[in-house]
Design a protein around this ligand. Sequence first.
Ligand code: NDP
Length: 237
Amino acid sequence: MGDFSGKSVMVLGGSRGIGAAIVRSFAAAGASVCFTYAGSADAAAAVAAETGATAVKADSADRDELVAAVAAAGALDVMVINAGVAMMGDPLTLDANAVDRLIDINVRAPYHAGVEAGRQMHDNGRIIIIGSVNGDRVPGPGFTAYALSKSAVQGIGRGLARDFGPRGITVNVVQPGPVDTDMNPADGPMAKRMHAAMAIPRHAHADEVTALVLFLASPAAAMITGTTQTIDGGLGI
Ligand code: NDP
């Protein structure tokens, strides 16, 4: 797990799913952790009580609120940009406002939060964005909005890696395949079809994604930057 004692970590979207697992892991490794949430106040309070992390209500769709929350976190060692939403469906009928909100949360927020984190970040810090294998691969119809958002964060990661690299700050995108969370339950209606496309035919546990995040945040990963790290059980191969 590594030792993150004395490190300051912020996780965007830490109330549930992968983000909550990341909060738990960094807290268990000794870090001082704060995390944001938007709608799940009870879940956020439970994660905070369990881990000692600080929960901050900040909607990633609200740029001013988000940037203020990141700025208030001060000089970070690690920023994990995890908050995201998924929406599948025929682009001819999907609600345009809902698509724009997805783009706000999945694209605009990672850009602005990444920039703001970098403004105050300690040298040799880490920015990790949770993308998706759908940034590389679209396995069927109905993925356009989600896929565009996860391709976009690849560009944010590469760009910020160049911008902040001279300070030793690394920026990487972690791209999960199916992970058992509220967003994509292992017993959901799409699960069998997903498993059929995988080399290892199962959903990942959130902790398996967390292990990769903590590795990228560790000193051992100091020369890994601007990359996409796919953890998808072979869905994208
Ligand atoms: P969940 O829906 O289980 O949890 C999403 C988390 O993001 C919650 O903590 C939620 O907080 C937070 N969040 C959502 N919208 C906002 C917002 N507007 N502002 C602040 N926080 C927000 O999703 P997962 O844990 O499954 O997904 C996490 C990330 O991993 C996402 O970026 C997703 O795209 C990505 N991913 C997930 C995969 C999967 O199979 N599960 C596969 C590939 C990528 P709250 O409820 O408080 O609003």
